[in-house]
Write a new protein. Structure first.
Lengths: 731, 176
């Protein structure tokens, strides 16, 4: 018996608005397929002759494979092949250096040549793949592969390696890793009031609910890959290089992505190995990672160790801010994370010192995870500002408001295009009822009750967005290989096109998630919507002119690859963006207000109320934008209270590589979250759009920690805020 | 009887509207049988170890985790998956409510959330208490705290929890 799955069906949900739609809370266009189970994710393509693959993971962190016995695995019914470094095709080595003109050189999640080396560099490294007719056969046979190793000593203990930390080198693009103005050390020494905190945050794993999955199909030297990705272009170029075929021979289809949060930005082992397995067996191969496999083979957010020292005069004006941080990378990849970036922009301080160092460990390389740097760095600064307010005997909201820069950045004195952080603080405070906050926490029955506040900031990043807009007698189709991981991208894009062309929303079709389309922006850095807005604005302008000239059916192409995919075109767009960055400082900002209740007997922290106000520029879709902002806060609740990847400090093995013991927030952990958006277009951004993906997780850890401090008197400096850290000094 | 890793057995059960007779691997989980053998991929695999709820389906109307259920266990029983709850042309009220309240983002947990909600509402109506129930008799209104507690086996990493609670509350309210 066969049941033929329905084809993916992207269409507007029944709402059919007329007139302008920008800003309206329209339903998602992919609502029907996602709620009926007819949306097909990467492991769900029903291809003829499809085979299934399962990985064999190394059980040591560093060493040499001396023997692999695949006899029993091969002999198991249904097994097609077992591929190891002994019989895998030789691929071109992964790029080891970053080419700033070709960001796809950043695509490799690590420099390991999977299945092309007898060396093990990290615990859980895939060292063989079994391909079989069924998933059950592949998984069982993988357990039959026997491996002998000669282990080597490892360096996997972050704290032990810290004395060897080296100054962090920044990338040619992206936020700063350090900086200074004035003399922060002298000013701190001379300050009337000081706080000096040492803080730590653990490793976090994305754990998107869809485990990374790849379905790979070769047709001679042409490769089609169904892959949930945030970065279709990087994946395409990376695979083309590794398999030595032209990029145009690799097609990456990414129609549905089951969550990503940064974890599907780079290319990880599973993707590559699925393509190897398909090449070797001549069959379409589906390789879906196990949950454990996701945790062992995909990078994570680095742990941090931070110092934040703030000096102020007795009125509360900050005179010195020192923020230093140590993060870790892998010896086989990863990079420094801009933990101290918030120090550049949150407060107007005449003397600032931001410095970062990194250590290299024999662990999976770190990678991007929602607001890399700001999410953890804000925990440091916003905890310290709260302690400063306590030392001053002032309201923590007041201290934040009185130290806001007016219109220029403290370092470099560049103008902010549109800074509305103070407005967000005031609006959030009003909605929360902050003026009723008692100076000390209160007790309600067996619970201590406290309120906390923290600021959020995330810089603007923009990327190149190529689009094609086709008009056909009043019907419009916008094509671009952008990404939809749940942000509501396609819906927002349709709203922009409808208004840009002044046509009904229902007459706009959107094609995305496929490298056969013009290259879109990567879905990272909260950059996608604004990047697309710039190109859509130009496309619609040109189209309106041609409609005015009487044309009815035509196509407009915008972007560097609208003709030949030219390097000069890419360079022109990058230069334009870089100059813009240099001239103006642009950022999404926000303010969190929350209430916690702490059980007096157990120390358990429950978050019971949350209000947050954000400036994300113009809001394209009020419903999906609010959802995305809420989602960042929910992930922030995990960062604050439960999430930590535990690494065995002897072996480097992740001890909680599953959702049973890596605790992400569940329904019972999440109260009603009230979102306020200023909806105030940024005049320096296309269509006034800034970006919403990351700003809302920034500051959440500190807001919770500050509320716990208010409730109990205990300042928790080491995330997550677990019961044991709250109890000993409570009350 | 000795079962080898690749032993097979025959299975008769009702899936949504169809009576099926299948020859399956004895080791197949209900989840893998649905997704692989029947290509019915609306039921999702998020962890394969009973921790995330993405694979929630209904067996004889009660919610179960398909990843922790051997296919062999549903012999003679009625299995309802998301495909049996509603279809694109005929949405179940909960499916429509999820769309209206934006109770999902990436959509990967959604099938499980909806199946779980259907099962949960039946459990509640039958008087099954939860950890936060103050009385054993089901009250006529289902509080957000009750729904949160009863839905906590279904993880949404995108954090669409507010919308999900709103969707269930509005649907439960309308049907009472």
């Amino acid at each position: 018996m066969t049941i033929t799955p329905a084809r993916p069906d992207i269409r507007p949900t029944p709402t059919k608005p007329t007139g302008p739609v920008m800003g309206q809370p329209l339903d998602r266009r992919d609502g029907v397929p996602k709620t009926t189970g007819t949306a097909h994710f990467s492991a769900e393509y029903d291809l003829p002759e499809l085979a299934y693959a399962a990985l064999v993971h190394a059980s040591i962190s560093r060493g040499t494979i001396t023997a692999i016995d695949t006899t029993a695995a091969f002999a198991h019914d249904g097994v097609i092949d077992v591929i190891t470094h002994l019989n895998a095709p030789k691929l071109k080595s992964p790029p080891k250096t970053l080419n700033p003109l070709d960001l796809s050189t950043m695509a490799a999640g690590s420099t390991i040549s999977f299945l092309n080396t007898d060396q093990v560099f990290v615990d859980g490294q895939p060292i063989a793949v079994v391909v079989a007719d069924t998933l059950e056969a592949a998984a069982y046979a993988a357990s039959l592969v026997k491996v002998d190793y000669v282990p080597l000593p490892v360096s996997v203990d972050f704290d032990a390696a810290m004395p060897a930390a080296k100054p962090a080198k920044g990338l040619p693009v992206g936020p700063p890793l350090g900086g200074h103005t004035g003399d922060a050390k002298a000013a701190f020494a001379a300050a009337a009031v000081t706080v000096d905190l040492q803080l730590s945050t653990p490793q976090h794993n994305h754990n998107a609910l869809e485990p990374h999955a790849t379905t790979a199909v070769w047709d001679n030297d042409r490769l089609t890959v169904y892959e949930g990705s945030q970065n279709i272009e990087w994946t395409q170029k990376y695979l083309a290089k590794r398999f030595k075929v032209p990029a145009t021979h690799v097609r990456v289809v990414s129609q549905y992505v089951g969550g990503a949060f940064g974890g599907k930005t780079q290319v990880w082992a599973g993707t590559l190995i699925a393509c190897i397995a398909a090449k070797v067996t001549g069959r379409p191969v589906c390789l879906a990672l196990t949950r454990e496999g996701v945790n062992r083979t995909v990078g994570a957010r680095t742990a941090t160790r931070q110092r934040v020292a703030i000096g102020a005069d007795s009125s509360g004006r900050m005179t010195a801010l020192i923020h230093t941080a140590i993060t870790r990378t892998g010896k086989v990849g990863g990079g420094p994370e801009h933990v101290t970036a918030c120090a550049h922009d949150l407060y107007d301080v005449p003397n600032i010192l931001a410095q970062q160092r990194t250590v290299e460990l024999d662990l999976m390389p770190n990678t991007f995870m929602r607001a890399p740097g700001e999410s953890t760095g804000s925990f440091g600064i916003e905890s310290a500002v709260d302690e400063l307010a306590i030392s001053l005997g002032m309201d923590p909201l007041e201290v934040r408001l009185m130290n806001q820069p007016d219109d220029r950045s403290p370092i470099g004195h560049k103008p902010y295009s549109h800074r509305r952080l103070a407005t967000a603080l005031r609006r959030g405070a009003d909605l929360f009822g902050w003026s009723q906050r008692p100076a000390g926490g209160t007790q309600d029955g067996n619970e201590f009750v406290g309120w906390g506040v923290a600021c959020a900031i995330h810089p603007v990043i923009r990327m190149i967005a190529n689009v094609e807009l086709q008009l056909d007698n009043g019907q419009a189709t916008l094509r671009s290989a952008f990404h939809e991981m749940g942000m509501g991208s396609a819906t927002a894009v349709a709203q922009m096109v409808a208004d840009g062309l002044q046509i009904p929303y229902a007459d706009v079709a959107i094609e995305y998630g496929d490298s056969a389309l013009p290259n879109g922006p990567g879905a990272g850095g909260s950059a996608q919507t604004a990047s697309l807005a710039a190109s859509i604005e130009r496309a619609c302008e040109q189209a309106r002119k041609r409609i005015g000239d009487g044309e009815t059916s035509f196509s407009v192409k915008i972007g560097a690859d609208s003709g030949a995919r030219s390097v000069p075109g890419q360079l022109r767009m990058m230069k334009h963006m870089a100059l813009d960055e240099r001239r103006l400082k642009k950022a999404a900002t926000g303010a969190h207000f929350c209430e916690v209740r702490v059980d007096a007997d157990t120390g358990e922290v429950r978050v019971t109320r949350w209000v947050a106000s954000f400036d994300i520029g113009r809001v394209i879709n009020a419903k999906t934008a609010a959802s995305q902002l809420r989602g960042g806060i929910v992930m922030g609740l995990g960062l604050a209270l439960t999430e930590q990847t535990l690494i065995d400090s002897r072996t480097g093995r992740i001890m909680n590589a599953g959702l049973g013991d890596y605790h992400v927030p569940v329904h019972a952990d999440v109260p009603r979250i009230e979102i306020d958006m200023l909806d105030d277009p940024d005049p320096a951004m296309p269509m006034g759009v800034v970006g919403a993906g990351e700003v809302s997780i920034v500051g959440v850890g500190a807001a919770v920690a500050n509320a716990v401090r208010h409730a109990t008197g205990t300042r928790v400096l080491d995330l997550p805020i677990t019961l044991d850290k709250v109890l000993p000094r409570r009350g | 009887m000795t079962l080898r890793p690749n032993s097979r057995l025959s299975l008769n059960f009702t899936l949504n509207d169809s009576d099926l007779s299948l020859d399956i691997e004895a080791r197949s989980s209900l989840l893998d049988m649905l997704r692989q053998q029947l290509r019915l991929t609306g039921t999702k695999k998020g962890c394969n170890q009973g921790a995330c709820g993405a694979c929630t389906v209904l067996v004889d109307g009660a919610r179960v985790l398909a990843c922790l259920t051997l296919a062999a266990q549903v012999d003679g029983r009625l299995v309802t998956t998301i495909e049996g709850i509603g279809t694109p042309d005929s949405l179940h009220p909960l499916q429509q409510a999820f769309i209206t309240t934006d109770g999902f983002q990436c959509g990967y947990c959604t099938s499980g959330q909806i199946c779980s909600a259907v099962g949960m509402l039946t459990e509640y109506a039958s008087g099954t208490p939860s950890a936060v129930s103050e009385h054993l008799a089901a009250s006529s209104t289902l509080s957000p705290a009750e729904i949160r507690e009863r839905m906590s086996g279904n993880i949404c990493r995108c954090g669409a929890y507010n919308g999900i609670i709103e969707a269930i509350t509005s649907t439960a309210g309308a049907s009472q």
